[in-house]
Design a protein around this ligand. Structure first.
Ligand code: NAP
Length: 341
């Protein structure tokens, strides 16, 4: 009888500059066995985050670096095929850090993210997007760091992505007078205005961001939620209102820099002139409030106040190339890969 095989994608080399498919190797392994406190999960969906690019650099950051030869780390959803933990049984749909592999043997408690059952009515797409890492990041970054109030002008970069699209809509729900998204390409800009309810969108690939911000927000920006950094951050800094708040969520424009050290913003003195604050944040700092946020996000989705988009690619063999889509700007909303039914 044939032994079941577990296909995996492992880190083959630390990328130099732009990450590429050959930085990962396709491996055939035996199906793992599990110990007490573990579950064996057959993955159905893998989720992709730009932060994963940082996990494969040399050296630990807020999280341990993935080692060469190790299965690439990633969040995902799957079905429990075997459980040695009292809270789980065969057939449960669960989410957790399962990695780029078809089967994962994981600790229920000890893993980076505890393994959790999907709540009734929650699809894998929802669990990994609006109710998952990126939805929660948008929620806390916008509400606790950006702190929009009624009448504010709010600008979001990376606006048609998983985090940005939710962040902008949350500002609108909280009474922002004007929400402007910055995104790459006419299709994404059209989607932001026509589907996600943004008031305006700037296509940074064909427009001058600073000039357009000045035209659209002549009284200045009250809240800037930044996913991109670099020139985009400088353009926003040049257009602040007094007492503005800048929430630094990420800086994807430099994640594939060969130098590894992005330069700081040129326009930082605008923080002084506009008595403004710029604050970075990391999602884990809000971990005690994840349930509150997921409940609120779920309510907004159920009442049609919050739209979410997912970009679902197919086929486990396409895993690294699906990751690359984030840096090529090919995804609209959350980048996912369906690896099995
Ligand atoms: P995403 O926005 O769904 O996907 C990434 C998007 O970034 C792409 O679709 C692309 O959109 C844009 N992009 C790629 N390369 C770019 C470049 N060189 N310059 C400008 N834009 C570029 O990804 P996400 O998962 O929601 O993450 C968004 C940001 O949030 C990232 O910076 C990520 O690191 C950060 N994040 C932070 C936390 C935290 O705890 N602080 C947690 C999660 C995510 P365009 O087509 O518009 O260029």
């Amino acid at each position: 009888m044939n032994q079941p095989i577990n296909h995996q994608w492992c880190l083959a080399a630390r990328p130099q500059g732009m990450v590429k498919e050959s930085d990962f190797s396709y491996v055939k392994a035996e199906l793992p066995s599990i110990n007490d406190g573990q579950v064996l999960v057959r993955l159905t969906h893998v989720a992709f985050e730009p932060a994963m690019r940082g996990w494969i650099n040399e050296g630990d950051t807020y999280i341990k670096a993935v080692e060469i030869g190790e299965v690439m780390r990633a969040a995902g959803v799957g079905e429990v095929v075997e459980a040695k933990h009292a809270d789980f049984e065969q057939g449960d749909m669960v989410q957790g850090m399962f990695g780029w592999q078809e089967y994962a043997a994981v600790d229920v408690e000890g893993a980076l993210l505890p393994v959790q059952k999907l709540a009734a009515g929650v699809t894998p797409e929802m669990a990994l997007s609006v109710l998952g890492i990126t939805g929660l990041t948008a929620y806390f970054g916008m509400l606790d760091v950006g702190k929009p109030v009624e009448g504010d002008t709010v600008v979001v970069s990376g606006a048609a992505g998983a985090t940005g699209s939710i962040a902008g809509q949350i500002a609108k729900i909280k009474g922002a007078a004007q929400v402007i998204g910055i995104a790459g390409g006419p299709d994404k800009c059209k989607w932001l205005v026509e589907e996600a309810g943004f008031d305006a969108a700037i296509d940074y690939k064909s427009e001058k961001v600073g000039r357009r911000l000045h035209e659209l927000a002549p009284k200045g920006i009250n809240v800037f939620f930044d996913n991109v950094g670099g020139e985009t951050l400088d353009a926003a800094l040049a257009n602040l209102a007094n007492n503005a708040r800048i929430a630094i969520c990420g800086g994807i424009s430099s994640y594939n820099d060969a130098t590894g050290t992005p330069s700081g913003p040129n326009n930082y003195m605008m923080l002084v002139l506009k008595t403004s604050t710029m604050q970075g944040f990391l999602l884990p700092q809000f971990s005690k409030r994840f349930a509150e946020a997921a409940q609120q996000l779920g309510e907004w989705v159920a009442t049609d106040k919050l739209k979410f988009a997912v970009d679902v690619q197919e086929g486990f063999e396409n895993t690294p190339n699906t990751f690359l889509r984030l840096f090529e700007g090919k995804n609209l909303g959350k980048q996912l890969l369906k690896v099995a039914n």
